[in-house]
Design a protein. Structure first.
Length: 267
């Protein structure tokens, strides 16, 4: 599996849009190949250690979030610089989860110069699993506008799902609501959200029956449940297909977000 990630505030040599990374998975390891930007130079011809530490933290944090199933925050990180890392030269980073606990994910990383395979630095990081930040819709459009472009949409879907389960209010649901969700840019595509007066269960696959059916991208699902866009806005613009014959979507959204829904009947 490969997809693009980025560090938006580190500039590469080609543009001011940030350093773009291609991340592959190899038997549970995240592998990144990149050419170190010349702008990251510290001593002549040598990559600045602060750049390498930021790069390591970014990749290890990504691995921790991907394998931990939710957003993470860095608790502690150490870097051992073993040899100079040249600028404007290709390097390979390989990161893996060493331990996965209930609250903490420990990740290790090694970087090598491609020309000789020499390991130039290693890093270890401890990452705390946290719920994604909950912010008003006006802030969400600013903070999360490119979220699915910077991260694997499947990972974003996992973050959103974890947040919805954490904030779920069963007292809002008077009778069970089954929501069939299809997200076209994630794997797997089909999910069943089963809301009852006891819990919110989320299962991969289509439910046997449904009260609400959603089909769209991860971004349109995120925008729907967080109130960035209404169901009517998403459907009228062609960003999603939503069927809600019994008008149960507003109650579902209120239950998973703790927010009163202002959508009319049918979404």
């Amino acid at each position: 599996m490969r997809y693009s990630n980025s560090i938006g505030w580190i500039t590469d040599d080609a543009s001011s849009g940030g350093l773009r990374l291609e991340i592959d998975w190899d038997a549970g390891d995240a592998v990144v190949h990149l050419t170190v930007p010349s702008a990251s130079q510290g001593a002549p011809g040598v990559t600045h250690g602060g750049f390498l530490a930021t790069l390591a933290d970014h990749v290890m944090g990504f691995v921790a979030a991907q394998q931990g199933g939710g957003a993470v925050a860095t608790r502690r990180m150490t870097v051992d610089y073993l040899a100079p890392t040249p600028v404007s030269a290709p390097i390979t980073l390989r990161a893996r989860v060493d331990s996965l606990g209930e609250r903490t994910v420990t990740v290790s990383l090694a970087a090598s110069a491609d020309s000789a395979g020499l390991v130039t630095f290693k890093a270890v990081g401890d990452y705390a699993l946290v719920s994604p930040a909950r912010r008003p819709p006006s802030d969400a459009a600013v903070d999360y506008d490119t979220l699915e472009e910077r991260f694997d949409p499947a990972q974003v879907f996992g973050w959103v799902t974890a947040a919805l389960k954490a904030s779920y209010r069963p007292d809002v649901i008077r009778s069970p609501v089954a929501v069939a969700v299809r997200v076209s840019d994630a794997e797997p595509e089909h999910w069943a959200f089963l809301a009852t007066d006891r819990s919110l269960d989320v299962l991969a696959g289509e439910p046997a029956s449904w009260d609400v059916r959603f089909s769209g991208t991860v971004r349109s699902w995120r925008e729907l449940v967080y109130g960035v866009k209404t169901a009517d806005q998403l459907t009228s613009s062609g960003l999603a297909e939503i069927r809600d014959p019994a008008g149960l979507l507003p109650a579902f959204i209120s239950a998973v977000t703790g927010r009163h829904s202002t959508d009319g009947p049918g979404g």
